[in-house]
Design a protein around this ligand. Structure first.
Ligand code: TMP
Length: 236
């Protein structure tokens, strides 16, 4: 990607304009961050793995009837996406206890929740993405009640599809984070990415097959991302 206007440079991706005002190119980077950017490393091959994994998942979500920003994979590290205005919410769904949930409530990791729990975090780096509820979403004017109801329902629907796909390749979907955006018609669609950077996946022996390998210094993250990518290719 050269010569095009850089619209946004994130921790894991850069977004570029195209000739079409409704379409952008996302370029996945070989950079890993944790602790809101405090821990940062170059990780060779990570951009390619996440672009491949996220393209495969979004393609499957599109086919399953979920409205997403994904149009097509362009190259190893690039994909074409619909341009959206990102809704500043990190939508986290948890099937099992882990991470900040375990810390906040003082419970062990890996306990199955009777019903999946959806949480919201206000996407604002300066504030360290604080934990918020529906009423804070209204106060901050992030989304209307109807929009939030839709976002929650879509997240639960996506969860059911993902649980099944990962179970088929021997992985348990512990939790994940989604981001939604509004397209040029004002319709809310799934945006950002779905990769081991923003979900937790445990194998049958309880090994972490996700970014916790990096966050917790458990080994080489691209080795486990590569395994996830290879397994995902076994799906239809
Ligand atoms: P947490 O347990 O740290 O709150 O994370 C819950 C899920 O959300 C986990 O799969 C990792 C993902 N996540 C992100 O993708 N980005 C973030 O900034 C955070 C805090 C979590």
């Amino acid at each position: 990607m050269t010569g095009k206007e850089l619209l946004y440079s994130g921790k894991a991706k850069d977004l570029y304009a195209t000739e079409n005002d409704e379409v952008i190119v996302a370029v996945y980077k070989d950079q890993a961050t944790a602790l809101n950017g405090l821990k940062k490393e170059q990780v060779l091959g990570k951009g390619q793995l996440n672009n491949q994994i996220s393209s495969l998942i979004f393609e499957k979500l599109n086919r399953a009837g979920i409205a997403t920003h994904f149009l097509e994979k362009l190259s190893d590290t690039e994909q074409l996406n619909k341009k959206v205005a990102i809704i500043p919410l990190e939508v986290v769904l948890r099937n099992y206890t882990a991470g900040s949930f375990s810390k906040r409530f003082g419970v062990a990791e890996g306990l199955k929740l009777v019903e999946p729990i959806v949480e919201f975090y206000y996407k604002k780096d300066e504030l360290d993405d604080p934990f918020i509820n529906d009423e804070h979403v209204a106060f901050l004017d992030i989304a209307s009640t109807e929009e939030l109801t839709y976002i929650k329902a879509e997240t639960r629907k996506i969860n059911q599809l993902l649980i099944e796909w990962f179970a088929a390749i021997g992985l348990t979907l512990i939790d994940f984070k989604l981001e939604f955006g509004k397209d040029q018609d004002g319709k809310i669609i799934l945006a950002d990415e779905f990769s081991p950077d923003n979900c937790r996946l445990w194998d049958a022996e309880g090994h972490h097959m996700d970014k916790d390998v990096f966050r917790r210094g458990l080994g080489n993250m691209t080795d486990v991302y590569q395994i996830v990518w290879e397994k995902l290719q076994e799906l239809d």
